[in-house]
Design a protein around this ligand. Sequence first.
Ligand code: FAD
Ligand code: FES
Length: 278
Amino acid sequence: MTHLNPMKPFLATITDMRYLATGIKLLQVKLDDPEVSANIDYVPGQFAEVSAFGVGESPFGITSTRARSEAIEFAVNRVGTVTDALHGLDTGDKIGLRGPLGNSFPMQEFRGKNVVVLGGGIGGAPLRPVIQTILDNRADYGKLSIFWAARSPDLLVFTDEYDEWRAAPDTELHLTVDNATPDWPHMEGLITTLVEKVQPSAENAISITCGPPIMIKFAMMTLNKLGFSAEQNWVTLEAKMKCGIGKCGRCNMGEQFVCLDGPVFRFDRVEQFLESFV
Ligand SMILES: Cc1cc2nc3c(=O)[nH]c(=O)nc-3n(C[C@H](O)[C@H](O)[C@H](O)COP(=O)(O)OP(=O)(O)OC[C@H]3O[C@@H](n4cnc5c(N)ncnc54)[C@H](O)[C@@H]3O)c2cc1C
Ligand code: FES
């Protein structure tokens, strides 16, 4: 549900704000208009433009599902002007929200398949709705293998949900960090090394990757070595954006717009453009 004018944000109120990891806050918001709030719908992979009033607007992946949360959730990594302003807000403060925007993961198409998820750092945010959707409809999907990584343990997101993920049937969680601390009990090293070690099967499988472009590049090479074709691999891309609705040309990639045709792409459709993101 969007306004008749898609550039006009909905007014929303922050209902909760907490640290997910160092420098990353989970922002929970509720739309002020009860009718809009009741009817807004979003699916895994979509994003929204969130505005801090008087400062600016930035795109963020929606990290919650309608089925699990009444509030709309975003994981916000503090990197610059807008994210700095959003981190400075608190429960009860107002923000603007345009969306949901963009396409989504074809969760219906993934039914019956084994799903391999690769999340790097804040890239885990748009993947949480995928994981939650699979866990909430567990019998519809095959094995779920989650590879979750960050530069250091304090940068891992959604750590309080790992027990639920591990306890789900036919579900594995594999963790790694680039730089371990002495008390870190899991692997130290790149996510690609972990994937090579575990060797998820490409048979009847698809993969979904979100993370920095360099991680996506090497993840695709690793998955290819394991027998995953480009058609089996799905990625979400982050481009610099302005309008978020295919009008300004800020995010174009050949003839496609990341904001409109993406941010979710089957890898064979964006392979040739990946170098421009790295
Ligand atoms: C579809 C989509 C989904 C996203 N989801 C999330 C999310 O869930 N959580 C999250 O924390 N961030 C997410 N981002 C990235 C987020 O939009 C940017 O980090 C944010 O716009 C930075 O705004 P700023 O004003 O704080 O930073 P600025 O002051 O504008 O910039 C700070 C630094 O970040 C760089 N930067 C700005 N925008 C981007 C971008 N889009 N991609 C890469 N580098 C950028 C700038 O070049 C600069 O180096 C997403 C981006 C897109 C396009
Ligand atoms: S952000 Fe304007 S066209 Fe994509």
